[in-house]
Design a protein. Sequence first.
Length: 550
Amino acid sequence: MRRRSRASSKPANAQSRKAKTLKAVRQRSSSPAGQETEVARLTRELSEAQEQQTATAEVLKIISTSPTELQPVLEVVARSAARFCEADDVTIFELDGQYLRITAAHWGAVPQDVGARFPCVRGHVSGRAVLDRKSVHVTDLHAEAEEFPEGSAFARRLGFRTTAAVPLLREGVAIGAIVLRRAEVNPFTNKQITLLETFAAQAVIAIENTRLLNELRQRTTDLTESLEQQTATSDVLQIISSSPGDLEPVFQAMLSNATRICEAPFGNLYLCEADAFRVVAAHHDSPAFVAARTRNPLLRPPPDAPLGRLAISKQVVQVADIRTLPSRDHPFVAAGVTAGYRTVLAIPLLKDDELIGAFTMIRQGVRVFTDKQIALLTNFARQAVIAIENARLLNELRQRTTDLTESLEQQTATSEVLQVISSSPGGLEPVFQVMLQNAARICEAKFGALYLYDGERFRVGALHNAPVAFAEFRRREPVFHPPPGTGLAKIVATKRTFHDLDITLDKGYVDRNPIVVAAVELGGFRTVLTVPLLKDDNLHLSPGGSAVYR
């Protein structure tokens, strides 16, 4: 008995059918007509493949040459999609919140504005492609009013029929869509849909490249700005530390850095004086504004001007164009308009919520300052307040130190005089000399004299460091009547200290009184401080009268 083969009959039948098919193809291809048809098909497919590769290469080329210019890349994508997919209209949308915004298009029968937005809803073909994250192909949108109500109405209004949409996917997330339209009912082929998906992928590459590069550039810009601001802040702090009591270089450094970083040609720093402002530092002020400020050093701006509003609110004030202010005819505002000022930013200087001054940054063009620039100026304002407070405290400390030093010098001088008095109880000459020496030193005078008064005349009691010519004159005429108009004559009349800034202007010198002339021309006297020596508030009852000279 013969054994049945284990092989199934199905493979044998399949092989038989395949052989018959190949035979039929060979028979068709062997004929001249069949060969021409096959060659034409292959030629057409090769041509289509070459065109698609050319289109892809063209898009990739422009992506590589314009990494930050998104618009021309998307326009090439739209143009290529319209050409190779044989569409009358191509639109590229980007997702913008709950809307789809047109970013590029190749318009045919359906003109639309770049930047226009449409709700991203399932009733639009583009919206459904985005929401479902897959391609959508509608043969006749006019006939799909129930499935696509918004899209069908839009298609009837603008006159297109066949529509295909492919989502723009970035890591599986839809960021937009590319849409093909035809004015007639003419479905797109599978090859055209596949090619459209390729164009969508290229659009995503372009969008992502642009986003990443712009983020990198923005980060670089931010780092550069941050470095500039830190450098400027460091410069100002260094000047504050090196000039603790001198505000002028601090203010100038602040204005110089602020105007440079904030791209403002002009800047001013004001300090408050009662209800007005006074400019204490300026950077490149215009001649017109300098002239106006010279005429009126104390500025009282109108309430609607930047400084006026700042004075009321104690907050940052920015005016895009001061020409639009109702008070533009006010002298203060008019001076700025004449100088070509347009955008003005005012930053308050606050100490414990008290307004002590303000910064103003000025541009001649209408261009508002950014939040980053305002933040920088606010930081400078805080530093200015610190510098002002440091200067005040340092000046107070210096004044206190000066007062203590003077008090110590006076106590030392008094101690020396008392010591001389105690050691020379009967000798007045050494006492007078010590008194004059200490008085001249403490009062920063070149020389001094002590005169004794007998009720009518003065006589020299002691001289300290007097010029030789004047000392000789006094020795020749030790006793004299007080010349009219001089300090000695006035303390006789008033019994009060008299400070004469320039005795050459006094009546005694103008009238050529010999004693006054000798003091000026032999002694070189100019500024004289005359102090009475009183007993029981009476000058003439006891000897009295002394003077120090510069």
